[in-house]
Design a protein around this ligand. Structure first.
Ligand code: NAD
Length: 424
């Protein structure tokens, strides 16, 4: 993309809702979000993006801003639904939402001031949508959310509110979700919970494969290794590495952010693949497979060839319901659902929002230490939810129930419960 002419404003077009918002968790995915909005250029009618508020029963819909040229209303709607499930299962005072801006983010590498202009227009539009709270996602970052927070603070005449977004820079009051490894902490706790519950999934000496050695993947590897697991495989966008005797996690952590990423790994290896064969690693023998990169990487094409016992879903929607049925009932592979185990980041966002809005709570939390507070909250949330879902799943008379079925029911119950309890 060589040029980009921004509109003078982003107008809000509210799309008619279809269907009812009650019983929206029927597993058929047929239910509709509460609010679907198109963002349009008032002069040309060109569509620049979408905001979807899936459900606000527990609170305003929190979810990231995805910036991608080909982002669609359907994609944003599916992601908003996933946020409702996550926030509800974790008993957060938040609903589910998501937004998308239909622009290639690479264009802004050379034109940062244009990105600032676009985010400013977006912030103006978001001010009018008081049921949605933004956060960073693919193509956007903490600086973009800070810009939205500044604009909304100016309009509200206060800096103490939840509307400006979560995932802001730590030096501006944000929680360093990636640097504290919060999402990985939840994944680690899920693995430890399964170890204690079922006995069949020991972490000590478990062989672990990590697909996507980024923020989530690297911290998950580090925590599992510290608990005695052996990281036998790791991949990023450049390389897939395999050594059944174990990879050097310290070296992986040191090189992962370098321009060539894991391609720079110098430790002993049994196999190394380049970009054309990265997915080989998903089929490598291990006990715990952690997809922590792209959606839909575990699917009908590779379900027969996976060679693991348990899948810890670090990425959002790394597989689908049908594949999980097949894996569990035909292959004996258990999948721990994303919206139950990868909630550490969103719990961090919820704490940040509460600290921004409530000065007294912020002062108390700073005394306790927000990192300790969060790790404890994530541990309690994930261990309780994994135990509960696993217990329901294994005590059902019907034999082919999968983890996701019971996880969905749990999220629905929490959403509809009259007490609407909060764990934050
Ligand atoms: P990241 O960008 O830090 O890491 C992603 C890693 O995946 C990178 O190392 C990248 O090179 C690698 N990758 C990309 N495509 C790949 C491929 N085809 N094969 C192998 N590796 C590939 O991102 P992250 O923050 O670690 O997030 C990872 C996933 O987890 C995303 O799906 C994200 O939506 C999800 N998630 C993240 C958080 C969080 O707190 N960061 C929370 C919940 C869910």
């Amino acid at each position: 993309m060589k040029t980009l002419t921004l509109p003078s404003a982003l107008d809000i077009e509210i799309l008619p809702p279809k269907g009812s918002i009650s019983n929206r968790f029927s597993s058929t995915d047929e239910n509709q979000p509460e609010q679907k909005i198109r963002l349009k250029d008032p002069e040309t009618g060109q569509v620049w993006g979408f905001v979807v508020v899936d459900n606000t029963v527990r609170g305003p819909g929190l979810g990231g801003i995805r910036m991608a040229q080909d982002v669609t209303l359907l994609e944003v709607s599916r992601l908003a639904r996933a946020m409702t499930l996550k926030n509800s299962a974790a008993c957060l005072p938040l609903g589910g939402g998501k937004s998308g801006l239909a622009v290639d983010p690479r264009f802004f590498h050379e034109h940062p001031s244009l990105k600032e202009e676009l985010i400013s227009l977006f912030a103006e539009a978001l001010y009018k949508i008081d049921t949605y709270i933004s956060a960073p996602d693919m193509g956007t970052n903490e600086i973009d959310v800070q810009q939205i927070y500044e604009k909304i603070s100016e309009k509200l005449g206060t800096r103490h509110h939840r509307r400006g977004g979560a995932g802001r820079p730590p030096e501006k009051g944000g929680i360093p979700i990636d640097d504290w490894g919060l999402t990985a902490h939840g994944l680690f706790i899920a693995a430890k919970t399964m170890e204690n519950l079922a006995g069949g999934f020991p972490v000590k000496n478990a062989r672990v494969v990590i697909q996507g050695y980024g923020n989530v993947g690297s911290w998950t590897a580090t925590k599992l290794q510290q608990a005695g697991a052996v990281i036998v495989g790791a991949s990023d966008i450049h390389s897939a590495l395999w050594n059944p005797s174990g990879l050097y996690v310290d070296e992986l952590n040191r090189i992962r952010k370098n321009p060539l990423g894991l391609q720079e790994y110098t430790g002993p290896l049994d196999k190394r693949f380049g970009p054309e064969k990265l997915d080989w690693l998903l089929e490598a023998p291990c006990e715990i497979l952690v997809p922590a990169a792209r959606p839909d990487c575990i699917n009908a094409k590779n379900a027969d060839r996976l060679d693991c016992k348990m899948i810890l879903q670090g990425a959002n929607t790394p597989s689908n319901k049908m594949t999980e049925y097949y894996l569990q009932n035909r292959r004996g592979i258990l999948s721990l659902s994303d919206f139950i185990v990868n909630v550490g980041g969103v719990i961090g966002c919820a704490l940040e929002l509460k600290m921004t809005a409530d000065r007294e709570f912020k002062a108390d939390t700073l005394i306790k230490g927000p990192k300790n507070y969060l790790e404890e909250l994530i541990e309690n949330t994930v261990s309780k939810n994994v135990s509960e879902v696993h217990n329901r799943m294994t005590t059902q008379k019907q034999k082919n129930i999968i983890f996701r079925d019971e996880a969905l029911k749990l999220a629905e119950e929490r959403l509809n419960s009259e007490s609407n309890k909060e764990w934050l």
